[in-house]
Design a protein. Structure first.
Ligand SMILES: Nc1ncnc2c1ncn2[C@@H]1O[C@H](COP(=O)(O)OP(=O)(O)OP(=O)(O)O)[C@@H](O)[C@H]1O
Length: 342
């Protein structure tokens, strides 16, 4: 894990294979794939019916013989064969063209911080199956920090929180390395699940997945409110469509419950850092990345709970693969500490 910049410069393609989305960056081309990590399969024949956005649209709407599969869970490839088929389809002949030009086919891939050897092996095997001869594994926290344009090589602390679909990774970086990091199995999906469960138990309402996002904004409100909001769904008992008025305080409380694990992990990371670095963070703040950084109110909630300024990355959802792309293109200043020449 964590190869040198020289090793990365020999790679022609960068992957970020997440639980929610798969992103691929080709050297000298840019982002060529940004699609949901979803495959629809005909279980009678084993044939692929759809991949990416089309397969995601089918979820929850398929006849019995079609199964919608997610080959990645919590940042780990859990079905290597399916992940390979998905990537082959998403890439088409883009990879073949690029790899025909390269003498030795090398790929770089983001791995969640603290991923175990089995997860690393699964990522490597998946890319070997696509034709790679060598695979470099890079910590997502480093590539996301680079992709956000953070000055990670400076002797000052920078804190990044990457909130994805299944996990949130938190790190303080200085001099190009991770000083302290934590990963918690809570991301946007757990927050959405908490809202769905709240409406089910408190209002006997089943919420369609597209109705969760409009409720996210309540996360950022501070202090108790008497506001309520109209929510449309299906009655749990009768199965009929109905609309209910929901107190925003209850929804906010439900969303914040899984996020306490993220706040605890931020506290743990700060406690493990030397005081000088923590002092830097009071000025520089936290950089929020990952797709869930787009959740309105998450930044305000973190700012309020930690007392540290929070900035959302410019393209929070793609910054990890963009950072890895910058590394394979050699657009990154050396980060490792090299000995001074005498
Ligand atoms: N505009 C938005 N508003 C709210 N949530 C969003 C928005 N866009 C994306 N998300 C959430 O971001 C999450 C996906 O983030 P991201 O693409 O970083 O995941 P991933 O890298 O595939 O996941 P992981 O890092 O856990 O493997 C999903 O939970 C999704 O609901």
């Amino acid at each position: 894990m964590n190869p040198t910049l020289d090793q990365l410069r020999r790679c022609s393609v960068a992957f970020d294979i997440g639980a929610a989305r798969t992103r691929v960056y080709l050297r000298n081309t840019g982002l060529v794939v940004d699609e949901p990590s979803v495959v629809a399969v005909d279980i009678r024949t084993g044939a692929l019916i759809a991949v990416g956005a089309r397969a995601e649209q089918m979820a929850g709407r398929t006849p019995e013989h079609i199964r919608v599969v997610r080959p990645v869970s919590n940042g780990t490839i859990v079905d290597i064969a399916m992940a390979q088929r998905m990537l082959k389809h998403l890439l088409g002949d883009k990879l073949r063209k690029s790899w025909r030009r390269a003498s030795m086919v090398r790929a770089a891939v983001c791995m969640p911080n603290g991923s175990d050897p089995l997860a690393q092996r699964a990522a490597t095997e998946t890319l070997f199956g696509l034709g790679a001869r060598r695979v470099e594994l890079v910590d997502t926290l480093i590539s996301a920090a680079v992709g956000c344009g953070m000055p990670v090589e400076h002797p000052e602390a920078t804190m990044i929180v990457v909130c994805g679909a299944g996990t949130t990774q938190i790190a303080v970086l200085s001099l190009g390395s991770i000083v302290a990091a934590e990963t918690v199995p809570v991301g946007g999906d757990a927050i959405d699940h908490a809202v769905v469960q709240h409406l089910r138990s408190q209002h006997e309402l089943m919420l369609p997945s597209q109705s969760v996002r409009p409720l996210h904004h309540v996360l950022g409100t501070v202090g108790p409110t008497l506001d309520s909001t109209e929510v449309y769904g299906r009655d749990v008992v009768s199965g009929l469509a109905r609309t209910v008025m929901v107190e925003t305080d209850g929804v906010r409380h439900a969303m914040r419950t899984p996020l306490t694990a993220v706040l605890d992990a931020i506290g743990t990371v700060l406690r493990r850092c030397p005081p000088d670095l923590v002092a830097d963070l009071a000025d520089r703040g936290i950089m929020l990345a990952g797709g869930s950084a787009l959740m309105p109110g998450l930044d305000a909630m973190l700012r309020h709970a930690t007392g540290i300024p929070v900035t959302i990355a410019e393209r929070p959802d793609v910054c990890a693969v963009q950072g890895l792309g910058a590394m394979i293109e050699g657009r990154v200043r050396p980060m490792a500490l090299a000995p001074l020449s005498a």
